[in-house]
Design a protein around this ligand. Structure first.
Ligand code: UTP
Length: 299
């Protein structure tokens, strides 16, 4: 089992984002802002905090705005410079990764998350890597991926961020079949003896669901080579990880934090409220406005 540091992260951003139409007709879902930052920017910051050095985006058509976001914006920057708007200028570029450390490849067709990850195989090579789904946000003191890379440092293997969900919702998630006999060094880790993609509640082996943060070993690519389409006719990452169990260790990691499903309308709205309330400069005014909104709606 490789004990190498996790240096590379894949950001699969090739999905269609149909739940956000018409907003996503010409704009990538991952560029939707939560308060004042696009979803993909939060994902990038979380990866950076976890020590990621290379940021690999698996994109599709209509995703140019993501590439532009990770590049200089010369006209805007020169106008801001002329107007001496230092703070705004910093917001456009101070955080940009060094040239060459942001890599884009196209998925060509949205054939599923497993396929999107497979598209980055030549860019990863033979080392463990992270996968971050920008539309899953985790509000936490220490970033979710950093928590996971720390767990990976003492327990190398495949590590998937997991959380408990209500039993009636299992058909929307990948669910972990927990190996109850396994002893884990870290209380937050659970060993998986299987994974089931979107089981009906009566078939679900547990209520522990996988969210959009993964640390994977490069062995996954040879499995993805021959993974057939599964649930929804898509090549599922969960199916490929599940096929590794037995040969490779797969763990769920019960992260510390609150997850917002920004791929859904309700989760996205909730994230905007939660992140605005989290920030000192907006907290009081947003709370006041929300109180007014609730009063008007008689809630
Ligand atoms: P979703 O299941 O949320 O699909 O993908 P979607 O297409 O983005 O959104 P809806 O369901 O049509 O509204 C989860 C993540 O996997 C990526 C998406 O971009 C998203 O970050 N993905 C999904 C790909 O990169 N390629 C795919 O073929 C499918």
């Amino acid at each position: 089992m490789s004990e190498k540091k996790v240096r590379k992260a894949i950001f699969p951003v090739g999905g269609l984002g149909t739940r956000f139409l018409p907003a996503t007709k010409s704009m990538p879902k991952e560029m939707l802002p939560v308060v004042d930052k696009p979803l993909i920017h939060y994902a990038f910051e979380e990866a950076k905090e976890a020590g990621i050095e290379q940021f690999i985006f698996v994109t599709g058509r209509n995703k140019h705005a993501i590439e532009d976001h990770f590049d200089h914006s010369y006209e805007l920057q020169s106008t801001l410079r002329k107007k001496d708007k230092k703070k705004e200028l910093e917001l456009t570029s101070d955080w940009l990764p060094e040239a060459g450390n942001v890599i884009f490849t196209r998925q060509q067709e949205p054939m599923g998350l497993g396929h999107a990850v497979w598209c980055a195989r030549h860019l990863i090579g033979d080392e463990p890597f992270a996968v971050i789904l920008a539309d899953d946000m985790v509000l936490s003191k220490k970033g979710c991926l950093k928590q996971m890379t720390e767990a990976h440092a003492h327990t190398p293997g495949n590590i998937l961020a997991v959380m408990d969900i209500p039993l009636e919702k299992t058909a929307s998630y990948g669910i972990v079949d927990i190996d109850k006999n396994a002893k884990n060094k870290d209380q937050r880790l659970v060993k998986a003896k299987g994974l089931v993609e979107k089981p009906q509640p009566k078939d679900a082996p547990s209520t522990l669901s996988i969210i959009g943060r993964y640390i994977l070993q490069p062995d996954i690519f040879s499995i993805l080579d021959s993974t057939k389409p599964g649930a929804g006719g898509e090549i599922q990452l969960t199916d490929a990880i599940s096929a590794m169990i037995g040969d490779k260790d797969v763990y769920g990691y019960r992260f510390d934090g609150v997850r917002y499903d920004c791929g859904s309308l309700v989760g996205f709205v909730a994230a905007n409220v939660a992140y605005a309330l989290e920030r000192e400069e907006t907290r009081d005014r947003v709370k006041q406005e929300l109180d007014e909104v609730f009063k008007r709606a008689k809630l």
